[in-house]
Design a protein around this ligand. Structure first.
Ligand code: ATP
Ligand code: MG
Length: 654
């Protein structure tokens, strides 16, 4: 079951890509082989890419519990002492104090800022002093609920400087979701802004914080950064404007000495599959892994301008807007806005404005911009672009090809990076100078990553195969526990296949050893005894020129066991019709085969997505099963109204 590739792509790595990259194919194979054969030696050596106040004597000390269960304990560089903010700022001051660390691009195209490493140092120290004066110290938990403004990064780094643990909650979450997260980690301090600004609309962040605190209590301090100047309620004794508090403190603050295994942050997963988990990451191993992957995967060289479009509320924003790039002394762009404001050319205009070389975004953005056609892209230059990245979901080959051909003009390698909040950093990915690309495949493992494909019984499959993706050995960026609930950590990740980390994703490995993520294991459909990943049926649908987005789920079917139910969003200007429905069915049969024939197709103006833009198939499954009264936790949905339309027009009515 292989997707038909319409436009064969560069089969060999072009010489220019390999020439500038840190590693070519031979070097990748050599480094990868060493990282697996001698993980202790490999990571002992690469641990020195960050600065340590006390050097570690040992790199790895990790157990996944083994085949008979047993304690799950993951420790890296454990007797080393360091500080993440020191590594992201202070150590660069001598060599690159006047280099731009953060380029900030506002929601409104007329607003932008450049912050040098020296300025970043002063800002972060001030922020840390404001927090310290309000009781934040090593081990405190601090909730950050901010728009995408530089102060969000300052706040994160200020916590890291003090050894406090931040929990960033995406600014699009409701007061209820925020309240749950404040309660779960017991924050006494919340950092927010008066209002956020996205796509020209104001987001009432401070009012949401007030509502959340009214629900949970326990918060002693709220620090409010002024963004729009909108008027907000300030509770005397609890709330303070950041700019007023900052006037009272100096811009010097020593970086706390922090153990490698002290927590750095808690981050709640996006909730596509259920109740969000408080993923806990620690200090040393996380930073080594985030910075190393940032350097090699994006092939970051001094002077490059790097832009990751994620929000700091997601792990991608943590590892690849803030920590990885800054640890590497990079120039990282932070964008407050959205891809379609003021127009659908915005991404490409920002690339031209700031001469962005490396651009990292999500398939959901690529597909929606593809739906608007080529013209908004082609009217911009994009001459500075050298490398493109994708993360968050499987990228359909069709969207990959559009990204490659239209956005990158066949000049830029695409790194399709598979990883998770839990993994801390990129796990399976091409390296631009080393990997022959295949559209739709995340390709091969990063150094130190040991993926395996197992069947339902846990048998390790060899060669070309399809099954469940597990990781057999620990890597430095791995999460250490679920905050406050180690048993949930063990149960969720180490009980399905004893002694192995279970990713929850299904995957196929081809004869070249390339990995193709087929979607979440829970989403696999079984049609007349054939197991099928939803991603491949969706890719076939999206490869039809009139389709912009598709989501496929199974539903109970009398004869086949499970039938295929497809939700399809059409390109702008296309109208649903019976004949188009037939055309789509025929198209999928041609692309994949009769076994993948959709039984029901529902044309949907929009699909239910998490706030990070991922399709929530769990909800689509319920609607397809005609069981929409029990949709479960929908608190992380971006636009709950979409669901009503889907229910109203459902195709399977009992
Ligand atoms: P939750 O765990 O709460 O359900 P989530 O899994 O969506 O939420 P994340 O950690 O943000 O939260 O996402 C990781 C998941 O995203 C992966 O397990 C995988 O399913 C998907 N994913 C990420 N990158 C890729 C990629 N390049 N290719 C395919 N799938 C990807
Ligand atoms: Mg997940």
């Amino acid at each position: 079951m292989e997707h038909v590739v319409h436009h064969p792509l560069p089969h060999d790595v072009p010489a220019e890509w390999a020439a500038r990259a840190y590693v070519n194919e031979a070097k990748y194979l050599e480094m990868y082989e060493r990282s697996i054969r001698d993980p202790e030696g490999f990571w002992y050596e690469h641990g020195s890419r960050i600065d340590w106040f006390t050097t570690y004597t040992r790199a790895k000390n990790a157990s996944f519990g083994g085949p008979d269960g047993g304690e799950v304990s993951i420790r890296w560089f454990e007797d080393g002492v360091t500080n993440v903010a020191y590594n992201c700022i202070d150590r660069h001051l001598d060599t690159r104090g006047d280099q731009v660390a953060i380029i900030w691009e506002g929601d409104d195209p007329s607003e932008s800022k450049h912050i040098t490493y020296r300025q970043l140092h002063a800002e972060v120290c001030r922020f840390a002093n404001v927090l310290r004066n309000r009781g934040v110290e090593k081990g405190s938990t601090v909730t950050i609920y901010m728009p995408m403004i530089p102060e969000a990064a300052y706040a994160m780094l200020a916590c890291a400087r003090l050894g406090a643990i931040h929990s960033v909650v995406f600014g699009g979450f409701s007061p209820d979701s925020l309240a749950d997260r404040i309660r779960d980690c017991g924050s006494k301090m919340v950092i927010t802004a008066d209002e956020g600004l996205r796509g020209g609309r104001k987001v009432p962040l401070k009012a949401n914080v007030d509502a959340a605190i009214a629900k949970v209590g326990g918060v002693d301090h709220v620090v409010v950064v002024r963004r729009t100047g909108g008027s907000v309620d300030m509770e005397a004794g609890r709330d303070v404007y950041y700019h007023e508090a900052a006037e009272q403190v100096t811009d010097e603050c020593p970086a706390e000495h922090v153990d490698a295994e002290d927590p750095l942050f808690i981050l709640y997963t996006s909730g596509s599959t259920g109740k969000p988990k408080g993923v806990l990451h620690t200090t040393g191993g996380y930073l080594v892994f985030a910075s190393m992957t940032h350097q090699y995967v994006f092939d970051y060289h001094d002077g490059d301008i790097y832009w990751c479009t994620a929000d700091v509320g997601w792990v991608t924003g943590h590892s690849y807007i803030v920590y990885g790039p800054l640890a590497n002394g990079a120039t990282t762009l932070m964008f407050e806005g959205v891809p379609n404001y003021p127009t659908v050319s915005r991404f490409w205009e920002v690339i031209d404005k700031h001469k962005v070389n490396i651009f990292y975004t999500a398939p959901t953005a690529i597909r929606s911009l593809m739906g608007a056609g080529d013209a908004p892209v082609k009217k911009t230059s994009r001459a500075s672009l050298r490398l493109l990245g994708s993360v968050g979901e499987p990228i359909n080959p069709e969207a990959w090809e559009w990204y490659y051909e239209v956005v990158g003009e066949k000049r830029c390698p695409i790194v399709d990076t598979w990883w998770q909040t839990e993994t801390g950093g990129i796990m399976i990915t091409p390296l631009p100078g080393a990997t022959r690309l295949k559209p739709g495949s995340a390709t091969r493992p990063f150094f130190g990553v040991v993926p395996q494909v197992v069947d339902a019984e846990g048998k390790v499959l060899e060669g070309a195969c399809e099954g469940n993706l597990v990781i057999a050995e620990s890597w430095p960026g791995q999460m250490r526990t679920v905050f406050g609930d180690h048993q949930r950590f063990v149960d969720t990740y180490f009980s399905a296949y004893k002694g192995k980390y279970f990713t929850g994703d299904g995957c196929r490995r081809d004869a070249d050893g390339y990995y193709w993520i087929t979607g979440r294991v829970d989403d696999v459909i079984n049609v007349s005894g054939h197991r099928m990943g939803t991603a491949e049926v969706e890719s076939a649908l999206v490869s039809h020129p009139k389709v912009s987005e598709a989501a496929v789920v199974g539903y109970p079917h009398d004869i086949k066991g499970q039938g295929i139910y497809a939700y399809v969003t059409l390109m702008q200007g296309e109208e649903p019709s019976e004949s188009l429905r037939k055309e789509l069915v025929a198209h999928v049969r041609k692309e994949i085969g009769p076994i993948a024939t959709p039984d029901l197709i529902q044309f949907a103006p929009g699909l239910p997505k998490t706030r990070s833009g991922k399709i929530m198939r769990r909800i689509l499954r319920k609607i397809a099963e005609d069981e929409f009264s029990a949709l479960g936790d929908t608190s992380t949905l971006a636009d709950p109204a979409v669901v009503d339309d889907l229910i109203e027009n459902r195709q399977n009515r009992a």
